[in-house]
Each structure stands twice: as structure tokens, then as C-alpha cells.
Design a protein around this ligand. Structure first.
Ligand code: SAT
Ligand code: MN
Length: 601
């Protein structure tokens, strides 16, 4: 079968991994529907997948993972650059030689009794100058069918690799060899031995022990963010944890915006928003990752390297995201959601009352009011972007779409106003560096704890975060100042004294996008403050919202005391980066501190 391969280097590498991992069978994936259907049938027989009702969810399946394998595991994720300083203080570093020795032992015979799938994939439209190719070798058929939805995968990609095309080698194993005659479990994994290792210098990825999401679909966080961020630094482009949307105003004028938020902070909802203001329209280019490059016209253009969505299920509803529901109406894979008695899916928030006879994500009968939710908080749907009813007509444009604004946001119950515009690129870079957010279920660990998450890239930056800040500053210098996107910070999650969210969010977030749009048009008024331009009273469209004057002002005013604390906190956070921290960021911090201290505020 490998004889078909014309790419000698690829063939030799596959051969090497076969010798190491000793799979029983090799399958070169072609990426066809037929192939995916057969894989799903096999997985249904094995109990990995449950086929959902053909009328309610055509072509769709439910997978239940091992309860120890439900999210990304950051403490087992490593950046193996040559020196520790290259990985920086925010990454787990391992010496590359030591890690490779460890991996050789770990992967030894690990695919015994299993099939190894060869999955060639393109991140970005096939053949676009801005796309990059990877090849994942995996013993997880679940990873294969997800990669088929999340990337352009299969024969077409092998074709464009020709005889010597570059590719990122990605090795993945669930880490459970299967002795002859032993029955497999529905979700094999090896949580105690999980390692997700990235080698920026050789641009390669090894992942062992987990079959879940970002740990196993190596095109996503491992390649399109960690390795690609490193490529972007070398090659002067940006790989970012950002959604991309097109926004059209009632006059038919359209602008594209990219927005970075930490995992499970509503990126998918914003990316597919049903605008609450009449005449405004949002179209989706991507919901998670943006690769952005400067074009000759001095503007920043973005492609979505992915081809599908791996969205958080809980909370997704007709109110919060009707377009996501439409996207996963058919041909979808659900992981760790609940099952209904009529073989459909359910999760918290999908409907106000759960249907009768719900089976929880672990396969147990579940009653409303139970201590544990029916769907795991990090349960997901995987669906092709082409099924999204509001997918942007340019979402596969090989040149990408021109970005007019970049937004940074996090989950913050106070301090950060609803929206603020950066004074310039340098201040915008500082805003990105200042992102912090309450933790969510997307990663294993505590939930609801405030942590710094610069540019929403904390778990995804493949090199020293201080150098990444510098790369952003450098990109600003390479572009043409008034053609670069303007930079904004937003916060949908401000709470009042009673702990209730003040801002309605979801479709009403269009009001904030409208203000940004009109700032770019030069028609929305703002007042200059130390932390950026804040909406002038009346410039933000709040028509029809039930907000008291106090609520309005708390959303868009600068709270000097809280900001003084914020800057103190940032000063101490920045110490992490010692003298590698770019000076302009420290200068921004000092400027804000001084201006806050003066009476002008
Ligand atoms: O990394 S995942 O793709 O599993 C999800 C996320 O953290 O955004
Ligand atoms: Mn993400």
C-alpha cells in the first residue's frame, strides 16, 4: 500500500514509525465519505460510537470517552526547543534529546494489534500559498473521522505533496497495545502516560495516551497553533487563537474582524452570531484559529486553517447559537454529550427542561437535579464548516480575508470594560498581553480561577511568550500603520453586586461589533482614557435593552481603583519574562500607571 507513495521522505518516515510502533495493519486514508462510513460502522460494532437516530441526526454518532480523558492536559504538554529559554517561562520544557529517548520507549510496540492510519491533511485551503501540510499517523479511528471533518484530509493532500513537498510529521497513539485475542475497550487511552510533545526546530509532533480533542487531533492546537506560531515567527506571519467573522452593516458595507478568547469563552457563539440588531449580518470564516499574513497592500489577511468546528456543546442553544445547532444537525460527531431515549443528543442548556429518559455522558440513567450534569462540561460536537448556514462566501479564499479589527477578550467579572479601543498597535499588543480569564472545563484542572492568558495563547504558544510579544510589535512595524487592523478589548462577562451578568451577550454582542465598525468608519464617538478609547455616552447602540444608568456606566467606564490593581498585577506578571520582556510593553504599563495616578482620571 505504501508503494503508492511517491514522496520518498514521507515513505521512509512512515516506515520508521511502523518499525517503532508495530501496528498490525496500515491504512492510507483517502478521505472519502465511503471510507469514513466504514470506519464509523466498525466503531459502532466495537462500542466506540453509538449511531444516532437517522431521522433526527442523519449520519451522526455519539462517542463516550474514558472519564480520565476528557480535555486537554496542559501539564503533560511540552515544548521541546533546544534550550529552555526558547520555550519560555509559560511553557513546560523538555530537552529534545531526552524527550525523544523517552518517546522511543513509550511508542515501542504501542500500536501492536491495532491499525495505523496514515492521515495526510492540509491546514488551510488545499494549494493556498498560506496553507501548510501535515501527516498524522494514528491508531485512533476516532481521530481519523474527526480529522476528516476538521481538516482537508486524504488523497488530494498527498497529491499536492508530490515527491518532495514539506509536511509536519505528527505521530499519535492512544497508547494501548492490544495483545492477540484480547478484547478492546470502547475508548482506549493511557492517561498516566500521556505526553504531548512539540519539537519546534524539526517541526514535528508526538502525542501519546489521549484520544481527546486537542490532544489527539494534531492539526488543531498542536500544529495550527504551537508549531505554526513558531513558523509564523520565523516567516513573519501570525498563527492566532482567533475566530474570524465578516460583518455587514445595513448599507451592505462589509468588514472582517478576528477575535481571540481563551477556550470555552464563547468564540463559536460569536463566530456564528445571529445579530440582534435589524439589518446587521454576521458571517463565519472560522471559530478557533486564524493564520494572518501581511499582504503587499499593507493590510493583514486571515485564513482559517481548519475545515470544521470542534465546539463546546453545553450552553449551545437556539438562543445562544442557532447556527451551531444547524451546523451539527447532520453528519456530526458528538463526544461526551447525553443521549436521549429516542437516540438523539442532549446537553445542559440545549432546552430549558431536559427530555425524559436521559442517559448521561458515561452511559448511566440521569435525572434532572442530579449532582452531576448529564453532558460533560467539555463535551463537544464536531461538524464540517461547510454545513454552517452562515459560512462566509470567502471562507476558503486562498488569499484570506482582509482584517479590519482584532479583538481580545476574556471571562472577567469586573475591571475590563465592555469594549475599549487601543490607542495604537503598541497599546493593542499590550492589551493582548494583558488578557486574563477565569479558567473553564476546556483544560483539565480548576475551574473559575483567574489566570493570565496573554493573547488567549497561554497553552498554545510554541516558543517564549516574551518573544511572541516582540513578534507582534515587529509585525506592527512591518505593516502600514493606518491599514493595519485596529485593536480592541472586550468583556461580555462583567457581573453586578448580586453576581449577575450585566451584559445580555450572544446576539446582542452585535452592538459592540457595531460600535467597532462605526469607529472604523469614523462615525462613533469615544473618549480617550489611559486604557484606550471608551464609548462616548450614546455612541453604543443600547436601544431596547433594559439597563439601568448605573449598569450602563459600569459597563463602559474606567474603574480607576480596579485598574490600579490590574496594572500592579501585570507588573508582577511581567517579571516572569525578566529582561526578555519588550520595553514598549513596560512603557505602556508605566504610562497607564502614571495617568491613572494623575488627577485627570
Ligand atoms: O484543544 S481543544 O481542541 O480540545 C479545545 C480547546 O481547548 O479549545
Ligand atoms: Mn480553542
Amino acid at each position: 500500500m505504501l508503494d503508492e507513495l511517491r514522496h520518498q521522505k514521507l515513505k521512509a518516515w512512515i516506515q520508521e514509525i511502523i518499525e517503532l510502533c508495530r501496528p498490525t495493519k496500515i491504512v492510507l486514508c483517502e478521505g472519502s465519505e465511503q471510507e469514513a462510513r466504514l470506519l464509523c460502522e466498525e466503531m459502532v460494532k466495537k462500542g466506540t460510537l453509538i449511531a444516532l437516530d437517522e431521522k433526527k441526526r442523519p449520519g451522526s454518532f455519539l462517542a463516550r470517552s474514558n472519564p480520565k480523558d476528557v480535555a486537554r492536559v496542559e501539564e503533560r504538554t511540552f515544548i521541546c526547543s533546544k534550550t529552555q529559554i526558547e520555550a519560555g517561562p509559560t511553557n513546560n520544557w523538555r530537552d529534545p534529546d531526552e524527550m525523544l529517548t523517552h518517546l522511543q520507549q513509550l511508542f515501542q510496540g504501542c500500536m501492536h494489534g491495532r491499525t495505523m492510519y496514515v492521515v495526510a491533511f492540509s491546514m488551510g485551503p488545499i494549494g493556498s500559498h498560506f496553507s501548510r501540510v501535515g501527516v498524522q499517523l494514528t491508531d485512533s479511528p476516532y481521530a481519523v473521522i474527526n480529522m476528516r471533518l476538521m481538516t482537508r484530509m486524504g488523497k488530494d493532500v498527498l497529491d499536492i505533496l508530490e515527491e518532495d513537498g514539506e509536511f509536519v510529521p505528527c505521530v499519535h497513539s492512544v497508547g494501548v497495545p492490544l495483545p492477540v485475542g484480547q478484547k478492546d475497550v470502547p475508548w482506549p487511552c493511557s492517561p498516566e502516560k500521556t505526553v504531548i510533545a512539540h519539537f519546534p526546530h524539526t517541526k514535528s509532533i508526538w502525542s501519546f495516551g489521549s484520544g481527546y480533542g486537542g490532544n489527539a487531533l494534531l492539526g488543531k492546537k498542536c500544529f495550527a497553533l504551537r508549531i505554526a506560531s513558531y513558523m509564523g515567527k520565523e516567516e513573519k506571519w501570525l498563527a492566532e487563537h482567533m475566530l474570524i467573522v465578516g460583518i455587514t452593516n445595513p448599507n451592505g458595507k462589509k468588514r472582517y474582524v478576528a477575535a481571540a478568547f481563551p477556550s470555552a469563552c464563547g468564540k463559536t457563539n460569536l463566530a456564528m452570531m445571529q445579530a440582534a440588531l435589524p439589518g446587521w449580518k454576521v458571517e463565519c470564516v472560522g471559530d478557533d484559529i486564524a493564520w494572518m499574513h501581511l499582504a503587499e497592500d499593507g493590510r493583514l489577511y486571515a485564513i482559517n486553517p481548519e475545515a470544521g468546528f470542534f465546539g463546546v456543546a453545553p450552553g449551545t442553544s437556539q438562543r445562544s447559537n442557532p447556527n451551531a445547532l444547524a451546523t451539527c444537525r447532520k453528519n456530526a460527531i458528538f463526544t461526551n454529550v447525553a443521549l436521549t431515549s429516542d437516540k438523539d443528543v442532549w446537553w445542559e442548556g440545549l432546552t430549558s427542561a431536559p427530555p425524559e429518559g436521559v442517559i448521561d455522558w458515561q452511559g448511566m440513567p440521569w435525572q434532572p437535579g442530579a449532582a452531576q450534569p448529564a453532558a460533560h462540561p467539555n463535551s463537544r460536537f464536531t461538524a464540517s464548516a461547510s454545513q454552517c448556514p452562515i459560512i462566509d462566501p470567502h471562507w476558503e479564499d486562498p488569499q484570506g480575508v482582509p482584517i479590519s479589527a482584532i479583538i481580545f477578550g476574556g471571562r472577567r467579572s469586573n475591571t475590563i470594560p465592555l469594549v475599549a479601543e487601543a490607542l495604537d498597535w503598541e497599546h493593542g499588543t499590550f492589551m493582548g498581553a494583558c488578557v486574563s480569564s477565569e479558567t473553564t472545563a476546556a483544560a483539565a484542572g480548576d475551574i473559575g480561577k483567574l489566570r493570565h492568558d496573554p493573547f488567549a495563547m497561554l497553552p498554545f504558544c510554541g516558543y517564549n511568550m516574551a518573544d511572541y510579544f516582540q513578534h507582534w510589535l515587529d509585525m506592527g512595524k512591518l505593516g502600514i500603520a493606518d491599514r493595519l487592523p485596529r485593536i480592541y478589548s472586550v468583556n461580555w462577562f462583567n457581573k453586578d453586586a448580586q453576581g449577575q451578568y450585566i451584559w445580555p451577550g450572544f446576539g446582542d454582542n452585535i452592538r459592540v461589533l457595531k460600535w467597532i465598525f462605526e469607529r472604523l468608519d469614523g462615525t462613533a464617538a469615544a473618549k480617550k482614557t489611559p486604557i484606550g478609547y471608551l464609548p462616548q455616552e450614546g455612541s453604543l447602540d443600547l436601544s431596547g435593552l433594559q439597563l439601568s444608568p448605573e449598569q450602563r456606566s459600569s459597563l463602559i467606564s474606567l474603574q480607576a481603583g480596579l485598574w490600579q490593581n490590574e496594572m500592579k498585577e501585570m507588573r508582577s506578571y511581567f517579571q516572569k519574562f525578566a529582561d526578555r520582556l519588550p520595553k514598549p510593553l513596560l512603557q505602556q504599563l508605566e504610562r497607564i500607571e502614571q495617568q491613572l495616578a494623575s488627577e485627570k482620571v
